[in-house]
Design a protein around this ligand. Structure first.
Ligand code: G6P
Length: 624
């Protein structure tokens, strides 16, 4: 996601800030900004949309903004388009409080309204401007210290954040706070540094403090002081970073793919936070594009969902696999038929689209050529399009009637993991909202489902705790020539994604089959030792797929069985069993995919392959 840096000390701040931001470029961004204070003078804020080099040019490589205390930010848009106005730092009108922020503030609309009632004005569409003005409000209301003001604000803010803030009346000081977003503070003889990630400050110091959740810090040229939410000072140990610069970029993981696999709990929690608040699904943040005519049928997403009789999902690659899960969940929960198409097929098959329908285009990048063409075709035919997109302001996001953003943050590994997981979450939410609007789902069951969704991040963390078991298995089977994934219904769709992960990064031939189709051909490929992965997470299909596993075992296959805790009799059939935590069957793909991502990953690592950049593949396919 976004990047934060800060410095206060004996040196000029701006060049250090620009250098730190450059080290965070790999995380992806669309605009950047810095704020520097020169002694007691007013701070200066400079921002630029686009590349960091633009900000460097605008500030004459930092020389045009003198001062020894400052903060900086690279922004990956989540609330509001990429623009100079939305770029950070943000400030109160009198420049009393200036700050930068990473994360998502879930209740920012509510806080914005509160501040408007207290005569605050807003210029950007960001949640960050709300946070900064809220701190300013409490600073003035209680006339206390910066720590008091930030604490008051934090009590009101729901969501995740890493904040770095400067106060006019405290020149030479930077205040920081965090919850569920990374931030480290570092020290050397020249001053104190802060960064949202290790690479930002690694050039200057390896001596760092890790600030805990809901803790605050105060940086000055003399060092760093920490506080708890009560404003009491707390002590922290300094730690020495041993990573080299490259592993620092990967947060200590060997590859971006593994880092992103571990970021899935957060990607899911953040995506849930965007659409569920106070136990209600709120699609008001569904960005409505200017192209939508207010009098048109496509003017109210909820009205559309309430009335629709059919859904078409169109996507490519893993996004298509997410769509297959979405089909199952929408059909089961909302009771309407869903057709899922590969975008590259959809656009050429002269699709017959029902009038009373909606097209959902799913795309991480928002730039995939075939998905974009499918979107344009659907619009030409007068069908409203909802895009599920990860990259803010991308072409698909701009051209769709409505956009449901996933909050996965920038994904760097070619093989998608966290974006796919976030796509699943948006599809579950759409399915539930449609079912609620149609009166098929009652509030009580919806609440139960929301509780299950809220538990998914912890479920994934639990699976990741046991990843060494998968690593061991992968090392044993990395020489496999062919691997087959079998399952029925949602389990088949999970198999398709598991198989894609395996083949694209480990170059092992793998195929996913609907378990019932095995007997119609594929079973002839089973030989002694062929690895077959059976996915059995659905109660009513469990025994059916298990008996298909028995059939391939009789022909010599080696069986990997993936199911939920409780189904322990799977061990009577399979050679290697993997369990995922129990959840509602509609949502189980979000858990079951994780061991399969790990399996593909570890197979590729065992074979010494370039996991993050597999041969012949591109992250974003902008050609047909
Ligand atoms: C490429 C990527 C896949 C992705 C697919 C669709 O093949 O390697 O990870 O699923 O494109 O991309 P999109 O950006 O539209 O989701």
């Amino acid at each position: 996601m976004c990047g934060i840096v800060g410095y206060v000390g004996k040196k000029q701040a701006a060049p250090i800030l620009l250098d730190g931001l450059a080290k965070l470029e790999y995380r992806g961004y669309d605009s950047a900004g810095i704020s520097v204070r020169d002694g007691d003078k007013d701070a200066v804020i400079v921002k630029a949309k686009g590349r960091l080099s633009k900000l460097a040019d605008k500030t004459d490589q930092g020389r045009a903004v003198p001062g020894t205390c400052g903060i900086g930010h690279t922004r990956w848009a989540t609330h509001g388009e990429p623009s100079e106005l939305n770029a950070h730092p943000h400030c109160s009108d009198d420049m009393n409080v200036i700050g930068v922020h990473n994360g998502i503030i879930e209740n920012f609309q509510e806080l914005r309204q509160k501040l408007i009632r207290h005569d605050y004005q807003f210029y950007s569409e960001t949640d960050t401007e709300v946070a900064i003005k809220l701190i300013d409000y409490y600073y003035k209301k209680y006339a206390g210290t910066p720590v008091d003001a930030i604490n008051h604000a934090l009590v009101r803010i729901r969501g995740s954040y890493a904040l770095a803030v400067m106060f006019k009346e405290y020149p030479g000081e930077i205040y920081v706070a965090r919850k569920d977003n990374p931030m480290i503070l570092g020290l050397n003889e020249d001053g104190a540094f802060l960064g949202s990630d290790v690479p930002a400050i690694l050039k200057y110091t390896r001596k760092v403090y890790y600030i805990g959740n809901m803790e605050l810090g105060r940086l000055s040229a003399d060092g760093v002081t920490f506080y708890n939410l009560d404003g009491d000072e707390i002590q922290k140990e300094i730690t020495e970073i041993e990573w080299d610069a490259e592993s620092a970029e990967k947060g200590g993981f060997e590859h971006f793919m593994m880092k992103e696999i571990h970021e899935q709990p957060k990607a899911i929690a953040d995506t849930l936070g965007m659409y569920i608040s106070n136990g209600k699904i709120d699609l008001s943040s569904l960005a409505k594009n200017g192209a939508v005519d207010e009098n048109d049928k496509a003017s109210d997403p909820e009205a559309i969902l309430k009335e629709i009789g059919r859904v078409y999902i169109v996507a490519c690659g893993s996004a298509y696999h997410a769509g297959m899960i979405g089909k199952s969940v929408i059909e089961k929960l909302a009771g309407i038929p869903v057709e899922v198409s590969l975008a590259s097929e959809f656009r050429y098959c002269d699709p017959k689209l029902d009038k009373n329908s909606v097209v959902i285009v799913i795309s991480q990048s928002g730039e995939t050529a075939d998905s974009l063409a499918a979107l344009r075709l659907s619009k030409e035919r007068g069908i409203p399009v909802i895009a599920i997109v990860n990259v803010f302001g991308s072409t698909i996001a701009r051209e769709a009637d409505y956009v449901m953003y996933t909050a996965a943050g920038p994904e760097i590994a070619v093989a998608t993991t966290k974006a796919y997981s976030a796509q699943l979450i948006t599809l579950y939410i759409l399915a539930m909202k449609t079912a609620l609007l149609k009166g098929i789902l009652d509030e009580e069951r919806a609440k139960g489902l929301m509780d299950e969704l809220a538990a998914i991040p912890a479920g994934i963390s639990k699976i990741l705790e046991d990843k060494e078991r998968i690593q061991w298995f992968a090392a044993k089977y990395a020489n496999a020539k062919d691997v087959f994934f079998i399952g029925r219904g949602i389990d088949y769709a999970i198999g398709l994604e598991g198989s894609l992960k395996m083949k694209e990064i480990s170059y092992i031939h793998s195929e996913a089959y609907a378990a019932g189709e095995l007997k119609h051909g594929t079973i002839s490929l089973i030989e002694k030792g062929t690895l077959v992965i059976g996915i059995m997470t659905q109660n009513d299909l469990y025994e059916k797929t298990r008996s298909n596993m028995v059939e391939v075992k009789a022909r010599g296959a080696y069986l990997f069985g993936l199911t939920s805790y409780g189904n322990y009799n799977v061990e009577d059939t399979v050679d290697f069993a993997v369990y995922v935590p129990k959840t509602d069957e509609n949502f189980v793909a979000s858990l079951a995919i994780v061991p399969l991502q790990l399996l593909g990953y570890y197979m590729a690592v065992t074979k010494g392959l370039d996991v993050d950049k597999p041969r012949n593949l591109a992250k974003s396919v902008t050609v047909e």
